[in-house]
Design a protein around this ligand. Structure first.
Ligand code: ADP
Length: 170
């Protein structure tokens, strides 16, 4: 697609989430999005109202993402504390990309989509189906496993697994 001046338009997507911490399921969505868009901004929610509720602070959550996506040259990570559609506008994104797991995510995402569409009809929400091996993977489940010494090595990047054990293993 070209902009009015005839130059090809850079297609930018935002992939928002809490990423507390990033899992291999998130990484799968980010990697697939990187193949579809020119630039991908992984947007890490850093809401003061939720302060204290995340296990890792925004800085560390960002670092985990940067380390895990180092080989993807068109991906960067940023924290945000405004409406996701406003953040998308700020970085020049035309799309918000989200992963859909099993059926559990659908109802919530359907509702969020209606709200975001009202706020910003020009920004499209795009949904990628979770890979079958990641359909039941969520950050909270990984944290629970880590707390009780379960195996998490195949669910998150190695450095994240290490930090989870340091923080949670009893
Ligand atoms: P979680 O629910 O794991 O805490 P987030 O709130 O950080 O995840 O979710 C950010 C985005 O990533 C959401 O669109 C969510 O649906 C998606 N996502 C999370 N885990 C997975 C997964 N295992 N496979 C595909 N998409 C996922």
């Amino acid at each position: 697609m070209s902009s009015p001046d005839g130059r090809p338009k850079t297609r930018i997507a935002v992939v928002p989430g809490s990423y507390d911490p990033i899992t291999n399921g998130h990484l799968d969505i980010i990697t697939r999005t990187a193949g579809l868009y020119d630039e991908v901004v992984v947007a890490v929610v850093n809401l003061p109202v939720r302060k204290g509720k995340t296990l890792f602070d925004a800085e560390e959550r960002l670092r985990f993402i940067e380390e895990a996506t180092g080989d993807l040259s068109n991906v960067r990570a940023e924290a945000f504390d405004i409406l996701v559609v406003d953040f998308a506008r700020r970085v020049g994104a035309s799309a918000i990309v989200k992963g859909l797991r099993a059926i559990s995510d659908f109802e919530y995402e359907f509702e969020m989509n209606q709200l975001n569409r009202r706020q910003a009809p020009d920004i499209e929400s795009v949904y990628l189906m979770a890979g079958p091996q990641y359909s039941f993977l969520r950050s909270s489940g990984v944290k629970e496993l880590a707390t009780f010494g379960g195996q998490i090595e195949d669910l998150v990047p190695a450095n994240v697994a290490q930090r989870l054990k340091e923080e949670l293993t009893r």
